[in-house]
Design a protein around this ligand. Sequence first.
Ligand SMILES: NC(=O)c1ccc[n+]([C@@H]2O[C@H](COP(=O)([O-])OP(=O)(O)OC[C@H]3O[C@@H](n4cnc5c(N)ncnc54)[C@H](O)[C@@H]3O)[C@@H](O)[C@H]2O)c1
Length: 397
Amino acid sequence: MTDRREFLLGTGALAAAGLMLGQAGRPAPDSAKKIRLGVVGGGFGTQFYFNEHPNCQVTAVTDLRADRRQKLRDTYRCDTAYDSLEEMLRREKNLDAVAIFSGAVDHCRHVEAVMRRGLHVLSAVPACFTLEEAARLKEIKEKTGLRYMMAETSCYRPGCIYARNLFRQGGFGEIFYSELAYYHDRGELDELIADKRSRFYEPDGRRSWRWGLPPLHYPTHCLGFVVGVTGERVKSVSALGWGSKHPYLSENPYRNPFWNESALMETNRGHMVRCNVFWLVGEDGERAQWYGEKGTLYMANGGLHGDVWRERMAKARPLAYPNYLEDPMLPPSMRHGSGHGGSHAFLAAEFINALVEDREPVINVYEALAMTAPGIVGHQSALKNGERLKVPSFDPA
Ligand SMILES: NC(=O)c1ccc[n+]([C@@H]2O[C@H](COP(=O)([O-])OP(=O)(O)OC[C@H]3O[C@@H](n4cnc5c(N)ncnc54)[C@H](O)[C@@H]3O)[C@@H](O)[C@H]2O)c1
């Protein structure tokens, strides 16, 4: 029988990669240090298990909404709750760091407020919304020397961990082309207008930040698969978009006319990246296909096929990933399933591990901006019908 173990050990490029062992990150630190963490945003922000990390205590939580404040209190067993981030920053002394899960358009402003208070920060994706904000994030991080991390879930999906390991160990050779996709269908179009309880509305009936969001302003679930695997940077981008008649597109604060955007990107290593972010599509999920000199890795595709490795001049073969939950970077208390392919536990652990070890987190400000800025520029390109535009670098000089 050709079982999973035989396959992992037995084929050329993969055997070289020694992938039976998970290599998601550095081992969790053995330390008595406790990071005192504030958590902002009782929607997605309730899914990160910070309180399960032996080196973390959630000391304060906040949301503008009372129901969500309660959810945060219950999730993190934390009795100190504030009506807003701003109030928490004014009044709470018992903090080393803050995790921000507010709406996408607020991240940069909230991160700046936290860092101005002298606290480390974990931010939900995307890092920012404009190139001016990207420059400010870099500046405030460099001025303060505080730790910044972006919680990009794609970076710790099993397929991405596997591809990263394989790449580092030479199993792909050069990856010359990657196909990246983030598909998140907005659903039935009349209901989008009528269903005021959906995530496209605030409880008071106003449209939320999600209404009309330009697809490529949310590029990190795609670019995490390139920046988070090879570390390369996007240098230029040419993108196109498609839209139809709908208030989502004609009445949004972003003046975004597109449901879907598709970008072709050039990297600083001369490679090609195709990045799709679609809001109206009969598919869902986040996935990549990496094309290397030695072979191609396909992440599972919406029920059409599973995870597959195809070595050049060989047949495609199903791929099973190691159990990364056994990786030593996760404290034993966090070795359980979590959202977005199990990535939430890894992201929370990496942030706390980095603070305890007093080192930069893996998805630091430079990686975060390398995953975010190409999308901002890509949307500008789509608005100019595909004009090829340069992407500025936010890396250290
Ligand atoms: N896979 C992923 O990485 C992934 C998945 C889902 C969401 N997200 C990101 O996480 C973030 C949160 O997602 P969500 O679905 O919970 O969004 P949401 O809009 O439902 O929730 C944001 C919450 O932040 C609160 N908030 C805003 N300003 C605040 C302030 N000044 N003080 C205190 N609370 C404040 C709001 O009241 C709201 O409850 C978004 O930016 C989203 O992009 C990422």
